[in-house]
Write a protein that binds this ligand. Sequence first.
Ligand code: CA
Length: 224
Amino acid sequence: MRILVVEDEEAIAEALAHILTKNKYLVDTCYDGESGYDNAMTGIYDLIILDIMLPGMNGLDILCGIRKNGISCPVLLLTAKDEISDKVKGLDSGADDYLTKPFAMEELLARIRSLSRRTDHAINDNTLSYSDITLNLQTYELSCGGNSLALGLKEFSIMEYLLNNPNKVISKEKMIEKIWGYDSDAEYNNVEVYISFLRKKLRHIHSVTSIKTVRGVGYRLEES
Ligand code: CA
């Protein structure tokens, strides 16, 4: 799951990025309104954490702009105590939730889990399932029957993406944007390597689920 953090206070932005990465989220950080808006408009994020007071474009303008352009991912607003009216405006403009600064990281993580439960299909008790496999979103374990294996961050993120889009062809470009970030220099080769790791792990836990190569396009998670 890829999260965009738009926050101009660098200490807060970095603390957020640190905590989120530790909790196996992929994170991009922007420190001003314009770059926040440009990043949000790529449409690759599963959730956006958006500060309201930002240099350049403010958080509410970003929110209105992306909603107008059809970006529908959950947005969690960060507000200061004296910005109550902005909070109301934010919720009216399509924000899904807000947190007042200062907040406890534990609460932020709980809000993120709750917001992602609303959007992920087939999600139940912090797991994602398809066919005979289950991915635990808290322990990062992939299991099938009584067998399970822990996944690394990239493997976990790719499997989470596949499980959210079973039976759909996902192009390698899309996979790179989503997992490595839209301005990364990752290549097809990187994707292929991780897909081969995941295939080995699926075999290891004796799953009938497989990641099929769709030649010239990408991959599809399916039951074989
Ligand atoms: Ca700010």
